[in-house]
Design a protein around this ligand. Structure first.
Ligand code: C5P
Length: 226
């Protein structure tokens, strides 16, 4: 079984409020996306990485990882799911139906290669796939307006991280159908669940944060230095 990766990097990063999209903000002197790709490429099992970019991305050509022989690009779409689907389609000539494809956010530069190895090892032989996730440490409240209406059973709640690892054909078909049906798809697992399958969870490292707000930048630098 071969293993490929898709990195959606076509977002504009509105919540960051910066002039530069968050995947190009600098951490320890290098762009977020450079860190992310280096960490994925550090996993020997990953044969190829497809990066889905915005159509008019002026920063990509200067990125060191752009010249890596295992890296190729495609144009992303309006939503994260559209960008991922574009990346999956770019692999159509290479990936077999049961090959693995791992989708990893460009905005998660602190990925540990160990976590990827663990995900691959724990899902070996699984017919569907699964995701890195973290148990919730906070007590969770269901809210209407500002009124708490329920306390959610925390032991059943996990936070979805990436990479999310699935069989190539299963993920591509699930995503195509879910997007066509207008389902709310915020990660790959949600498309696979929508298609009636049950992805597994594998506990990840809490340092695998998604750069979303300005205060995430020093935190990411802290984890990158470890
Ligand atoms: O905005 P959010 O943090 O959920 O984005 C997660 C990832 O999806 C980011 O790496 C972002 O660049 C990517 N994305 C994309 N295409 C979009 C929207 C987001 O590739 N249309």
């Amino acid at each position: 079984v071969r293993c490929f990766a898709v990195v959606p990097a076509a977002g504009s990063g509105k919540r960051m409020g910066a002039a530069v999209p968050k995947q190009y903000l600098e951490l320890l002197g290098r762009p977020v996306l450079q860190h992310t790709l280096e960490r994925l490429l550090a996993v020997a099992a990953v044969e190829r990485v497809v990066v889905a970019l915005a159509a008019d991305d002026p920063r990509w050509p200067a990125l060191l990882a752009a010249s890596d022989p295992r890296v190729m690009t495609t144009i992303g779409g309006a939503e994260r799911g559209d960008s991922v689907l574009a990346g999956l389609r770019a692999l159509a000539a290479e990936a077999g139906p049961d090959d693995w494809v791992m989708v990893h956010d460009a905005a998660r530069p602190c990925l540990r290669p160990d976590d990827v190895e663990k995900l691959l090892a724990e899902l070996k032989g699984d017919p569907v796939g699964g995701i890195l996730a973290l148990p919730s440490v906070d007590t969770l409240k269901e809210v209407e307006g500002r009124d708490i209406v329920a306390t959610v059973d925390r032991s059943r709640i996990w936070r979805a991280l990436t990479p999310q690892l699935f069989r190539y054909r299963l993920l591509t078909e699930a995503l195509e159908r879910a997007l066509a049906a207008g389902a709310t798809i915020t990660d790959e697992a949600s498309a696979v669940e929508w298609a009636g399958r049950r992805p597994k969870i594998v506990e990840g490292h809490p340092g695998n944060i998604k750069i979303t707000r300005p205060e995430d930048l020093p935190l990411a630098e802290f984890y990158l230095r470890q």
